[in-house]
Design a protein around this ligand. Structure first.
Ligand code: CTP
Ligand code: MG
Length: 232
């Protein structure tokens, strides 16, 4: 089955406070997006990947990718104001004969290629899959004034990661229904679940964390400098 990578990278990193596209922030000597694509290189899907860049930054992204990947540089297109819109735009740009789409955040540079392959295999079998990890923390539900109202059973709670992988028809239907109902989510597996599709959870690793805050970026630099990325 033909598989394409779709990389949402159109965020501006408000919580990181980088003052520009988060995906181009320096991560121990190379842009975060370049590190993420290098980590995915063993899958052999880079040249056909579709990267979503912030409006006004497509040319910057193309230049960065051309200098690191030359002829294997992936396609860059303009993303949307929300992650869901970025993914929808990427979905419109997949090759017509693509069967499986693997969506992986640019902000998770330490995903293990074996994890991606396991998610691709699960999506081929079940239609939809997301990488996630069983929650180590007890999760609290609060009311609007930050008072505890509920503590769900931790044994059934997973923290969502990427990649999220889908048979293309499943993801198209999920996005069409979300658009029709005006639903805006922060991930795509939830959209598929809302349309009634089963979504298989594939175990990820702690190193597949998302770089969101300055502390995450500092931790990510340590991971690179200590050579831990291959342990992901
Ligand atoms: N993303 C995207 N399009 C958007 C918003 C986010 O493609 N309109 C991507 C980001 O580039 C990132 C992933 O979705 O790779 C997860 O988003 P997040 O970590 O929230 O990144 P930012 O939106 O950049 O950060 P913040 O919310 O702090 O501004
Ligand atoms: Mg965001």
């Amino acid at each position: 089955m033909k598989t394409q990578l779709l990389i949402p990278a159109a965020g501006m990193g408000t919580r990181l406070g980088a003052g520009g596209p988060k995906a181009l922030v320096d991560l121990a000597g190379r842009p975060m997006l370049v590190r993420t694509l290098e980590q995915l290189a063993p899958l052999g899907l880079t040249a056909q990947a579709v990267i979503l860049a912030p409006a006004g930054h497509v040319a910057d992204f193309e230049a960065v990718l051309a200098s690191h990947f030359a002829a294997d540089a992936p396609t860059v297109i303009e993303g949307g104001a929300e992650r869901q819109e970025s993914v929808a735009r990427g979905l419109d740009r997949l090759d017509p004969d693509t069967d499986i789409v693997a969506i992986h955040d640019a902000a998770r540079p330490f995903v293990h290629p074996d994890t991606v392959q396991a998610a691709i295999d699960a999506a081929a079998r079940y239609g939809a899959a997301t990488v996630a990890i069983p929650s180590a923390d007890t999760i609290l539900v609060a009311d609007p004034e930050d008072f505890l109202i509920e503590t769900p059973d931790r044994s059934r709670l997973w923290a969502c990661q990427t990649p999220q992988v889908f048979q293309v028809a499943v993801l198209r239907e999920a996005h069409a229904q979300a658009r029709e109902s005006g639903y805006l989510g922060t991930d795509d597996a939830t959209l598929a679940c809302r349309t009634g599709h089963r979504v298989k959870l594939v175990p990820g690793t702690a190193l597949n964390f998302k770089i969101t805050t300055p502390a995450d970026l500092a931790l990510a630099c340590c991971v690179v400098e200590k050579g831990l990325a291959s342990c992901a």
